[in-house]
Ligand binder design. Structure first.
Ligand SMILES: Nc1c(NC[C@H](O)[C@H](O)[C@H](O)CO)[nH]c(=O)[nH]c1=O
Ligand SMILES: CC(=O)[C@@H](O)COP(=O)(O)O
Length: 190
C-alpha cells in the first residue's frame, strides 16, 4: 500500500505495548529543517501520547542525513536507549547526489540493525520534491515521525521480550553463541 492510501499518523493505541519504562534516542538531520522538525514533533508527540516521560527521550542533531549513521551509532553506544529513531529528509536535486545520500544512509542504518542489538528506526523521507515532504511530515498524508515512534515502541518491546525468553535464560558463551542443550534424535530401526 502506498502512503497515498494510508494516513501515517493513524494507529490503534490498544495494540501498542506499554512504553513508559523505555528510553528513546532521536537523531535529527538539519538538512530541510522545517520538514525534519515536523517529523521530530510527530515522533515526540507519539512517544508522549504513549506515556514515555519527556526526560526519557534524548534528541541529538546532525548536519545531514548522511551523518545520521554516525549519530545513531554514538547514541547506541553511550545513551543506554531501547531504540533509536533517525530522522532525515533527502530531496532530489539536479545531480546524482540524491542517490548516493539515500543509498548511503539506508545501508548504514541497515548495517547498524544487523551489527548491534538495539533497533534503529528509519524515518528518512526520500522525496522527488518538497511537496511530497510537506505531505508526509504533518500534511495530507499524516506524519512519518508518528509512524516511526510507534515502530520504535514495538521494536523496543520485541527486544525486551526476546531477551526475557532467551534459551534457558543463560548468558551468551564467550564466542557470542547461545548454548543450546542438545536433544538426542530418535531414529526408528526397521
Ligand atoms: N542534499 C541533502 C543532504 N545532503 C547532505 C549530506 O547528507 C551530508 O550532510 C553531506 O554530504 C556531508 O557529509 N542531506 C539531507 O539530509 N538532505 C538533502 O536533501
Ligand atoms: C539530495 C541532494 O543531494 C540534493 O538536494 C543536492 O542537489 P544537487 O543534486 O542539485 O546538487
Amino acid at each position: 500500500m502506498a502512503t497515498e492510501n494510508k494516513n501515517l499518523s493513524e494507529y490503534d493505541k490498544n495494540t501498542i505495548p506499554n512504553a513508559k519504562d523505555f528510553r528513546f534516542g532521536i537523531v535529527v538531520s538539519e538538512w530541510n529543517e522545517t520538514i525534519t522538525e515536523g517529523l521530530y514533533n510527530g515522533a515526540f508527540e507519539a512517544l508522549i501520547d504513549n506515556e514515555v516521560p519527556a526526560q526519557q527521550i534524548i534528541r541529538w542533531n546532525v548536519p545531514g542525513s548522511f551523518e545520521l549513521i554516525y549519530g545513531a551509532k554514538k547514541m547506541l553506544q553511550t545513551q543506554n536507549v531501547d531504540a533509536v529513531i533517525v530522522i532525515g529528509c533527502v530531496i532530489q536535486g539536479q545531480t546524482k547526489h540524491f542517490d548516493f545520500v539515500c543509498e548511503g544512509v539506508t545501508q548504514g542504518i541497515k548495517d547498524l540493525n544487523v551489527q548491534t542489538d538495539i533497533p534503529v528506526i528509519f524515518c528518512v523521507l526520500t522525496d522527488n520534491n518538497i511537496q511530497q515532504s510537506i505531505d508526509r511530515s504533518g500534511g495530507i498524508h499524516g506524519n512519518k515521525g508518528t509512524e516511526a515512534a510507534i515502530a520504535a515502541i514495538k521494536m523496543a518491546y520485541i527486544r525486551q521480550q526476546a531477551s526475557m525468553s532467551h534459551p534457558f535464560n543463560q548468558p551468551l558463551l564467550s564466542s557470542g553463541a547461545i548454548q543450546i542443550e542438545e536433544t538426542p534424535i530418535k531414529i526408528d530401526k526397521e
